[in-house]
Ligand binder design. Structure first.
Ligand SMILES: [Zn+2]
Length: 70
């Protein structure tokens, strides 16, 4: 299980949407859009599913072993 993330258009940083999903489920879901309260800007950002991605802690842990910082 991961967290659906989007990029803050103001700072370019990844922010969590608060939507818990996994890659498989996200890929199969219909195209949609949403609004997320940005913890950096303290405003709502609108986003589309095609610019969102799923951040899964398990995959991040595996990447850490390669020495590549995400
Ligand atoms: Zn923002």
């Amino acid at each position: 299980m991961g967290m659906l993330m989007v990029k803050c258009p103001q700072t370019g940083r990844a922010i969590p949407t608060g939507i818990a999903t996994d890659r498989e489920r996200f890929r199969c879901s219909a195209v949609f859009f949403g609004r997320t309260r940005c913890p950096i800007c303290s405003v709502d950002h609108a986003w589309f599913a095609q610019e969102a991605w799923v951040d899964e802690p398990a995959l991040r842990a595996r990447r850490r072993g390669t020495g590549v910082l995400a």
